[in-house]
Design a protein around this ligand. Structure first.
Ligand SMILES: C[S@@+](CC[C@H](N)C(=O)[O-])C[C@H]1O[C@@H](n2cnc3c(N)ncnc32)[C@H](O)[C@@H]1O
Length: 483
């Protein structure tokens, strides 16, 4: 759709009309970051009893689950759309609302029987029409993520977004007014849906009272690893941007908040389209799949109930990793694992998980605790460490065998990629390579320690003897056949 746009210079007029108040700050265009908020005169929160307010936004402008419901009460056509295509999550409902506002904004000069205008119909015109999040990268650009933890995450998100868009089209095409407005005139494309998703992800906030929300004007504030401001909800239910305690800022300084100190480089790039090398948590998350030849693989996945993952983090040089599924993955029937399908009196069938004859269905996601007291815990831990180490090694091999953006010749496809994407991908690759190398080394150390554990040595010794006995037996059976 022709994306509606307004210059950001017009934002103060919108703010005035809608009672959003800027105090000593203004919107400005900043190098490499799009728009941002800049201080107009010096402010000081040192020893202040009341922290200086930089921006206040009335509650009626906050876009959250409740606001979408309220809008649906005013607009029965939107209610119909929401009823067939929404009500799955706050995010989905907000995206549907934004989709409608965008179409209304882009058709402002044309008469339409659907859609009630509201402050967001205008505000959406100030939002950027581009976002550097990888779901909006070109195919060539996405190749730069090969081997990083974002490779599969971005592909999965693209598949999910495409399915969402197809579903909205399918369910709303039966409603004549929405069919006319959204689909028949081809007003909306899949790329629009990707952009709305990117805008939502990079601009939504978690407010103490209003929950997951988009807040106009406050969503213009950029991120810094040493932020000078923070947002909150006031007693009057306004969303306010306040100067941080103890902070002094001068005219011309940029006002910034933190988008989350605990976010990894991959999360920052995925949600916001940039990586702040000073402020990302040294961590990564990888998917984990059960052994392809495990006959219990399907049951384990169903019992676990969520996509299996490995989390790795490095704090002050020491590695921490966690993978609940790896514990379930490494136990089998001979260890005491069992699955039974039980049927209740109403005929509903349910998969139950048993560990050493006890029903542990409710603890299936925490097998680490369940096996702590097992006499062969060290052996089970060795299996888990080996699984995790092999998965990380596979990832590292994939990462290092795909060429880094900077090592590609100018004539290669890299020239078809934007430099911001190449820079971000290159930084992500460096960060993840270093975490993977450090983690593999730590896991190898633990693996060697476990191999020296007395119980493990005794168990492996007994297995070797048993194997030799089988070989002897087979050899003597073979001799019989030829005698
Ligand atoms: C909440 S919006 C902030 C307003 C945005 N700059 C604009 O022009 O509308 C978040 C987006 O701003 C940009 N951004 C914020 N902080 C940044 C930073 N420190 N470095 C680079 N880009 C940043 C990213 O594009 C991010 O997705």
């Amino acid at each position: 759709m022709p994306w509606p746009g307004l210059p950001v210079d017009a934002l103060p007029a919108w703010a005035l009309l809608n009672a959003a108040v800027f105090h000593d700050v203004k919107i400005a265009t900043l190098d490499g970051k799009g728009c941002g908020l800049v201080c107009e005169s010096g402010l000081n929160a040192e020893g202040a009893y009341e922290l200086p307010t930089l921006l206040s936004v009335p509650h009626n402008l906050v876009l959250n689950a409740g606001a979408v419901e309220e809008y649906a009460k005013e607009d029965r056509n939107f209610k119909q759309l929401l009823d067939v295509a929404g009500h799955n999550s706050t995010r989905d409902d907000i995206l549907l609302f934004l989709l409608v506002q965008t179409v209304l904004a882009s058709r402002a000069h044309q008469s339409s029987v659907v859609g009630v205008s509201n402050p967001w119909t205008e505000y959406i015109k100030f939002l950027p029409q581009e976002a550097l999040v990888p779901t909006l990268w070109t195919e060539d650009e996405r190749l730069l993520l090969r081997g990083t933890s974002l490779e599969s995450a971005v592909n999965a998100k693209i598949t999910a977004l495409t399915a969402e868009f197809d579903k909205i089209q399918e369910t709303s095409s039966d409603i004549p007014c929405w069919n006319d407005l959204l689909w028949q005139s081809r007003a909306v494309s899949l790329r629009d849906w990707f952009l709305l998703d990117a805008l939502y992800r990079s601009r939504c906030l978690e407010l103490p009272k209003s929950g997951e929300s988009m807040v106009p004007c406050i969503d213009m504030v950029n991120h810094s690893s040493s932020p000078n401001a923070f947002y909150d909800e006031s007693v009057k239910d306004e969303t306010v941007l306040l100067l941080r305690p103890g902070v002094t800022i001068s005219a011309g300084d940029e006002v910034t908040i933190s988008y989350g100190e605990a976010k990894s480089a991959a999360e920052m790039l995925f949600s916001y389209g940039f990586i702040d090398p000073d402020a990302t948590a040294d961590s990564l998350v990888l998917t984990l799949a059960p052994f392809p030849d495990d006959p219990l693989a399907r049951a384990k996945l169903v019992a676990f109930g969520e996509p299996p993952k490995i989390h790795v983090a490095r704090n002050n040089g020491s590695i921490h990793w966690e993978s609940s599924f790896a514990y379930l993955m490494c136990v089998n029937e001979e260890d005491g694992l069992d699955f039974r399908v039980l049927q209740d009196t109403e005929g509903n069938r349910q998969l139950r998980v048993f560990w050493q004859n006890a029903d542990v269905t409710d603890q299936a996601a925490d097998f680490e605790s369940l096996i702590q007291s097992h006499e062969l815990f060290a052996l089970l831990r060795l299996r888990v460490v080996t699984i995790v180490q092999e998965r990380l090694q596979d990832q590292l091999d994939r990462l290092t065998s795909s060429p880094a953006p900077s090592s590609l010749p100018a004539s290669s496809d890299i020239s078809a990629t934007r430099s911001e994407c190449a820079r971000a991908a290159s930084l992500l690759r460096q960060i993840e390579t270093s975490i993977l190398e450090g983690s593999i080394e730590a896991l190898e150390k633990e693996r060697l320690e476990l191999l020296a554990d007395a119980n493990v040595v005794a168990y492996l010794g007994s297995m070797e003897t048993a194997n030799l006995d089988i070989v002897d037996e087979e050899a003597s059976n073979g001799a019989d056949e030829f005698s």
